[in-house]
Design a protein around this ligand. Sequence first.
Ligand code: NAD
Length: 499
Amino acid sequence: MSGRSTPPAPSVIAHWIGGEPAEAADGRVLDVTDPASNRVYTQVARGGPADVARAVDAAGAAFPAWAAASPQERARVLHRVADAVEERRERLAAAESYDSGLPIGQARGQAHRAAENFRHFAGVITTLGEDACRQGGAGAEQLSYVVRVPAGVAGLITPWNTPFMLQSWKLAPALAAGCPVVLKPAEWTPLSASLWPEILTAAGVPAGVVNIVHGTGPEAGQALADHPGVPLISFTGSTATGRRVLRSCADHFKAASMELGGKSPVVVFADADVEAALDAVVFGVFSLNGERCTAGSRLLVERPLYGEFVRRLTDRAARVRVGPPSDAATEVGPLVHADHYRRVLEYVRSGREEARLVAGGERPVHLPEGNYLRPTVFTDVPREARVFQEEIFGPVLTVTAFDGEDEAVDLANATRYGLAAYVWTSGLRRGHRLAHAIDSGMVWINSHNVRDLRSPFGGTKASGVGREGGARGIDFHTEAKTVHVAVGDARPPRFGGTP
Ligand code: NAD
């Protein structure tokens, strides 16, 4: 039994277009289930091309005024959005936890982070300068200056893991840069997004600046990627979908930011602070139910430490508290959806054939229904194994031994992904060497899950294209226009003859 009460949810979660709730043009809906019981508890509008077209029109109508607002005016609105999010933190956390299975304590943290994202980009847009350069001598110069022009309506497509926080991470830079948006949330977790209209209204965001179209990826998401009135797409989701969306962007010459999957290695050397590394490994792969793009899901341990580390890790994994997401003591809740649960169980099945299961691998006996899985650890995992190569996106860790730095780097780089990596060693030089040798967008040395919002976020290889965070988010949402102007007696090139 889930033992939970349903948080307030509308009977049908509507789109939000031009500052008004809207049904799907053809009236269709999708069922929304609760991951602790897999029972349908509400429905969501099932949008398609007609709904996307209406939303793009509404965003287009809001574009001139929003783009013309000064950075300071937009920043004030963003701060008010942050306030409105904070005021609703408990409700947001309860909705997110119920809908996605995120343990309530972790959901509160994500709601706080969502507010921080708006404050961060309010700061970025009011402190960012623009470029200028001069050429030629005094009195005969040419000055070139750059203005950043909002690019137009931004299409934002978001996944079901920590959905509200990831939506805030996309909404904030777009709005700060002067772009109205059409947001397409993931269809499995629309509940927290249903609070945006109230938040945006309370913050005084003008009608049409944020539009939300719900629905499936192939219908609503694809229509957004294909819409000619949307010059840029910011996508977070799986590598397979990212590839499809990127193709659509190419057809329409859209700018694309792609934050995709990961299979991030955690490299632990024998000289590491073992306690700290153990804490980090357990939290890094099992928090957020293992449904975290930067999860350290591939542990590589130097052979002299391997036996001891695996023993202690197995013990720790068995003590992680799996339970209903609303329980404050829960550390791992149910996976988001029955389809995803089946997918993760299929990986567990193949892992049993490819490696040695030392923890988890099954549902906890005290939780007979819902998408629960005990934290799962496979050891002696060869690099060819599916569970080593593919993103599982659940509470599943693989462990592999290595001998020396070269093999550590080789194994760390042995998948198609390159989002994050973690290195544990007391040798600082070695830490830096590894950080440079591992092919990934981000590397943590003796640290994990702490990120300055100003730093670039994103991956290499199949983990994505582009970087988010700080000024990069503003760059992505604006076109740089350079103005060249003659100063003083500067004379541009000309044909000879008449002076
Ligand atoms: P997904 O790719 O299935 O869906 C993501 C979004 O894309 C959803 O809104 C979905 O409806 C939409 N979509 C699906 N098909 C589409 C299409 N043809 N056109 C347009 N949109 C379409 O991903 P998911 O299962 O929701 O999320 C989990 C994945 O997201 C994992 O792979 C995870 O690593 C990744 N992720 C990456 C980051 C990052 O920053 N790199 C962050 C979080 C999650």
